[in-house]
Structures are given as C-alpha cells and as structure tokens.
Design a protein around this ligand. Sequence first.
Ligand code: COA
Length: 334
Amino acid sequence: MRTRYNAGITALGGYVPDHILTNHALEEMVDTNSEWIVSRTGIKERHIAIDKNIATSDLAVIAVERLLANAGLDKAAVECVIVATSTPDYIMVSTASVVCEKAGLTNAWGVDSNAACSGFLYALTLGASLIESGRYTNVIVIGADKNSAIINYEDRNTCILFGDGAGAVLLEQTTEDFGLIDNVFRTDGSGKEQLIVQAGGSKNPSSMETVTNKQNYISQNGRVVFKAAIEGMTQTCKEVFRRNDLVADDINWLVPHQANLRIIQSVGDILDIPIERVKINIDRYGNTTAATIPLCLWDYKDDFKVGDKVMLTAFGAGFSWGASYLVWGKLRGQ
Ligand code: COA
C-alpha cells in the first residue's frame, strides 16, 4: 500500500520592520483620531518599512533566516519556496526567486501565489500538497507584504488599516497524524471592485494618468468587505467542522486573518469559540495581508501544544476566502 504522507509545520519565523506608525502619527496625516481607529478596528500601531530600499523580499528573507535558525536546518535541504504576496518586488521576476537568491536557498525552486489576504492559506495548501504527494520533504511557505508600497497615506479609509511584515513556516513530511488535515476555499471575482489596486497590471498599466488618479494604491469599500469577511470566514469554518466531525469545543485555537478586531470577534462569536482561544495580534501590526496568519503563528508558537486542533481562516481581495484545519505537531528543537 502507498505510504500516506502528511505535511506538518515544524519551524516558524517572522519579521516586522522596526519603524512603528502609531495612530497618533496618523492623526497628523489624515482626518482621524486614535480613539476611532482603536474602537472601529482594534489597531493601535503598525510597523512599516520606511527605508525605500526595503522590498517585500527583504522582509521575507529575515523571516526565513529566523525560521532556519530555529529549525537548525541546512539551507541545502529546502526544496521549494512559495511566497504569498500581493506586493511583489517586481511585476516580472517572482519574489520567491529573489528570496531564494538572497537567503542562499540554492537547491530550492520558488514560485509566488497571489490571493491577497487569503494568500498564505492557499500557499500553505499548495506546499502541503507537494509534500503529501511524496515528492517533496521540505517546503517553506511565506506570507509577506510591504503594504506601505500600495497605501495612499492621504486616504483615511485604508491608511489606518495596513502594516508591513512577513511570516514563514517550514512544512515537513511526516507519517504521523499531524499537520494540515483539510481546507475549504472559495473565490468570487464578482467582489473584485470592492478591494483592489486598479492600476499597474496588464488591464490598466501604470501611467502618468493612473498615478495622478491614485489608482496604484489600494481602494476599498470597507463596509461591504467587512460583512463579506465575517460571512465568508464563518461559512468555510463551519464547512470544515462538518467535513471533519468537529464542534467548536474541539478547537484549541482559532487563528484568523487580522483585518479588523470586530471581524475577528464576530467570527469567534458566531463559531462559538471563546475569545481566549482566538489568537489576536492586530493591535500591534494592523493588517499585514498575507503575513497575518504566519505572524500570528510565530507570535504565539509557545502556546500551541502537540495535538492541538487549530483552525486558520482568512478573507481577502478577489474576493478570496477559506478555512484550514491542522493538528499541531512537534517543532524542530522541541
Ligand atoms: N477616521 C475617522 N473616521 C473615519 C475613518 C477614519 N480613519 N474612516 C472612516 N471614517 C468615518 C466614515 O467617513 C464614516 O463617517 P460618516 O458616517 O460621516 O459617513 C464613519 O467613520 C463610519 O464609516 P464606516 O465605513 O461605516 O466605518 P466602519 O465601522 O465600517 O469601519 C472600516 C471602517 C474600514 C474600519 C471597516 O469597514 C473595515 O474594517 N472593513 C473591512 C476592511 C478590511 O478588512 N479590509 C482588508 C481586507 S481583509
């Protein structure tokens, strides 16, 4: 009989730039106030790369270096790198190529995956599938975004929400009963106008006109996204519960995409998972797009115990959304 392989997370790394953009600093930039931001979003500060030479790959490389140091893993053992990002270094040349080069991962092939805030979840499944196929044993999955590159710091609807950061996980092959178990994912392109960077791609290449019209920045209809996020995340979590005979009490930790504290609280409430079992770091980082979930796993890695049942869920531009269920395994070095 063919051996069944699982893909387990065995090491983590994370990084946010040093510079902190506080709510009070934003008060100087747009018509807003810290109390509004905290009460409507839960965000107190976010980190951004103020050095213009820092690209998304640089954030990712530091996360990878931290992961490798934690893992005690030889760089040559890494076979594949998947970078989830919607702020790639370049339109052409994948950020994964740059990361592999800068991090010295010379035996790995790399590819980017763009599904905005759902990017890390989707990339995690792609990486896990490579391992479950039996053809790969070590895959690094990264969520990294330099959102400050596509934020209009004159638009109070968006500039208060986003930060920069990167998180990385090592997926390793195992025949034990832990790792990524199941996911339910959805995409619906009819939501694309609600949260989008209009220009810079093949549909609307960058020009003097797009720059003047600020179409190279994120624009969004916050209220529509807010409702769709709660609906999408809870529905897919419930579907994963149903498919795996799970009830809320079975779940040790819910690790949701960090877009808005009120979205996170609503998802926890609807799923009946008490807030003590919901991982939250939005207060410190804001929405780091593809990096939120791996940064949360990195921040709280000491809380996760072998055998813990963990639900990950995300919603983002596209629209794209979904939920993944995993059983926590042993980290390298534990
Ligand atoms: N500071 C102060 N007031 C602000 C503001 C800001 N930064 N941004 C908006 N407002 C104002 C609005 O203009 C509006 O005023 P009005 O009633 O006079 O028109 C009022 O606050 C309420 O606006 P509304 O858009 O209803 O606020 P909200 O409670 O929905 O919060 C978001 C706005 C953007 C925080 C919220 O909709 C959200 O988080 N949406 C999801 C965004 C998201 O997650 N995006 C990433 C994808 S996952």
